[in-house]
Design a protein around this ligand. Structure first.
Ligand code: ADP
Length: 156
């Protein structure tokens, strides 16, 4: 069984993230969304809440699972037994960032193989930050994120 891990902050998960996971399912048997802590970003939602929102979002989507870790993604990959890490690319800024992320990861574990999927056109400008700004300004985010995220913002 070919498994790919899709690590990220998912703070919160968006339809852009979900599209990348669904696209990867055309090549992999299983996609594991791994809610991880990015030391360079201060999270808006706790790891547990980010995990819950993502988990609810993939309910009914066969082949996509959600896990979380407070540790390193490479350690999680080793535990699962796959070398494949999935990342989404929206623009040049993502490419620059992903190059650095890949280099850093390979310093820890050379066996990791990165799979990149281009963001679909309608989601190239979508980010978790944009969602957070829209939600705070009371704008409608329901077409850009799963219901679990809309509900979480309603609680705030
Ligand atoms: P990280 O903090 O690890 O960058 P993110 O949750 O911001 O985590 O993003 C996880 C991955 O998903 C990254 O590879 C990012 O480029 C990608 N991504 C984020 N938003 C989108 C989107 N709208 N379309 C496609 N890929 C995306």
């Amino acid at each position: 069984m070919k498994v790919v891990i899709y690590p990220g902050s998912f703070d919160p998960i968006t339809n852009g993230h979900l599209e990348i996971a669904k696209e990867a399912l055309k090549t992999f048997d299983k996609v594991i969304i791994l809610v991880a802590d990015n030391p360079n970003k201060k999270a808006r939602f706790t790891t547990e809440v980010r995990y819950q929102m993502a988990k609810e979002a993939v309910e009914g989507l066969e082949g996509i699972e959600v896990y979380y870790t407070h540790g390193l993604t490479v350690d999680f990959a080793k535990k699962i037994g796959t070398p494949y890490l999935l990342r989404g690319i929206r623009d040049g800024a993502d490419m620059t960032y992903e190059r650095q992320y890949a280099e850093l990861t390979h310093q820890i574990d050379k066996s990791i193989k990165f799979i990149y999927i281009k963001a679909p056109e309608k989601y190239v400008t979508l980010s978790s930050t944009k969602i957070d700004e829209m939600a705070r300004a009371n704008k409608d985010i329901s077409k850009l994120v799963p219901k679990s995220v809309v509900n979480e913002y309603k609680k705030r």
